[in-house]
Design a protein around this ligand. Sequence first.
Ligand SMILES: [Zn+2]
Length: 127
Amino acid sequence: MQRRGKEEKLSRLRQSLREILTELEKSLDVAFGRAPMIKGNVYELARKCGKPTCACTRGELHRSMVLTWSHEGKSKLFSIPSERLSEFQQKSEEYLKFRRARARVTEICKKILGVMDRIEMLRREEP
Ligand SMILES: [Zn+2]
């Protein structure tokens, strides 16, 4: 390969490495945060209780807010006391944000290794 073409490629790779590092730093912001987290999703559960005379048999389902998460492959459920709903929503949102960032960090690390491999190939010489 032409020396010049090689230098241009290396220069582009260094530039994209810098961009990837900026993105990595941004993605790690959430890891430097201090907000507490709760694993799981908050949502409204609507269900029938099973009593044959209850209003829920006529469509007025029992509604409650729950937290669900999976633990060792099993789905778990926790009924959220109404006075703690916004606290749970915040902490669950923080958790989801953290997990999304973590997934992004995994992708970025793979990208970094890919760029490093290409740099290695371009800089390597035969003995
Ligand atoms: Zn009922």
